[in-house]
Design a protein around this ligand. Structure first.
Ligand code: PMP
Length: 408
């Protein structure tokens, strides 16, 4: 490898990677679905339950205050990690899906009416597609969908052509979980803002691969999940600009999101608590904080550079196998490869590769509109993390050749 990356140390910190599957070393290439967790994250969760566990915000006693402080410190860490202007612009959710549903429901209620339009893209994950489709159906609004070219890239001019005085929001993914395409979000946001249209970025696949600076990007919302960035499941983040979050109504009602409750009406708490009803995932936040430390320590630029080498190597290796067709070959791409072998069903390929100890994902990847537009039932997806190696990619190439032999 051309760049220095502490791969041996990194691998030693992920206990799950050191096991045998079907008597072979596990090769984990399903990182776009969920990443594995380093000992630092696992330890943070154990420590939380061993010494800190308590419900937060409502107690005066020692443990409750300590747990609350740790939870709020974590919010500051996340703010810093994505360079949000204000800590109260960081809302904890259970993941990208909940963050997106929160915005669709609340922004939809406040800003979307009959005849309005929302723009999205054909490459969205269902969680950034269905909530908007449903809000539009409910409100009598129109969901407009930008297509992709043969490489799997968006055309920003096509998107700009769709903006008009009825456009209320543009919502798109930072990185496609199927094609790997890194969308030109800065350019799209600049363009949208010239028309006074806010932009939501689904960062589920962006946050673990790229440095994210929400102020430099100038997005109005950015959503991500802990479990795709080496943190725990069941925790995620919604970043939103204060001006929108202030105006948007609460998403769920209950404890903590209120200021005063009367028999006939209720006043709501300040940000971020207005959007955090009920007992939050305090354990998840402790784990997420440790994951953020971990990523900061490695450095997002170093991660991106190492993963680019893995992607380039894997692309070259797989391109040598006759009959392998790639889906997503955009110039700007994150470290995943979606492919098919000839006309073989992705599920069959995935099954054989699995028996060789390699975890890849097969299917529509929660992007049925994209699959329809490509006229395929699904793909095989190998998604790489910074704990993967060149040797593992060699094993994948061998496994694909074997699968090809068997299936063709
Ligand atoms: N958006 C994208 C681009 C994704 O890849 C995913 C997860 N596959 C999601 C949203 C949903 O994330 P979660 O299931 O963690 O809520």
């Amino acid at each position: 490898m051309g760049i220095l990356f502490p791969i041996d140390r990194v691998r030693s910190e992920f206990p799950i990677l050191h096991q045998q599957i079907y008597k072979r070393p596990l090769v984990y290439f399903d990182n776009a679905a969920s990443t594995q967790k380093p000992v630092q994250v696992i330890d943070a969760i154990r420590k939380y339950y061993e010494v800190d566990n308590c419900n937060i915000h409502r107690g005066v006693h020692y443990l409750s205050v300590k747990a609350t402080e740790a939870y709020e410190e974590a919010r500051k860490e996340i703010r810093e990690f994505i360079n949000a202007r204000n800590t109260h612009e960081i809302i904890f959710t259970k993941g990208t899906t909940e963050s997106l549903n929160l915005v669709a429901a609340s922004f939809g209620k406040r800003y979307i009416s009959e005849g309005d339009e929302v723009i999205t893209t054909i490459m969205e994950h269902h969680s950034n597609f269905v909530p908007w489709q449903q809000v539009c159906l409910e409100k009598g609004a129109r969901l407009r969908i930008v297509g992709i070219d043969e490489k799997g890239a968006l055309n920003p001019e096509e998107l700009e052509g769709m903006i008009n005085e009825r456009t209320r929001l543009i919502t798109l993914t930072h990185v496609s979980n199927v094609l790997g395409t890194i969308n030109p979000v800065e350019e799209i946001i600049r363009m949208a803002h010239e028309h006074n249209v806010p932009v939501l970025i689904d960062g589920a696949q962006g946050i673990s691969h790229l440095p994210v600076d929400v102020q430099a990007m100038d997005c109005d919302f950015y959503c991500f999940s802990g479990h795709k960035m080496y943190g725990p499941m069941g925790i995620g983040v919604l970043y939103g600009k204060e001006k929108y979050l202030e105006e948007m109504p609460p998403y769920q009602m209950g404890g903590e999101m209120i200021r005063d409750v009367y028999t006939d009406h209720t006043t709501f708490n300040d940000l971020p608590f207005k959007f955090e009803a009920g007992t939050p995932n305090v354990e998840g936040v402790a784990g997420l904080r440790a994951a953020v430390y971990y990523l900061k320590d490695l450095g997002m630029n170093a991660i991106a550079a190492y993963e680019k080498q893995l992607l380039d190597y894997a692309t070259a290796m797989l391109a040598e196998i006759r009959g392998v067709k790639f889906f997503g070959t955009a110039a700007s791409k994150a470290s995943l490869i979606s492919f098919l072998i000839g006309n073989v069903h992705p599920y069959d390929t995935g099954m054989i590769i699995d028996k060789m100890g390699i975890a890849v994902r097969t299917g529509h990847h929660c992007a049925m509109p994209l699959m329809d537009s490509l006229h395929i039932p699904g793909t095989v997806r190998a998604s790489f993390s910074f704990y993967n190696t060149i040797e593992e990619i060699d094993l994948l190439a061998t496994a694909i050749r074997k699968a090809k032999e068997i299936l063709e």
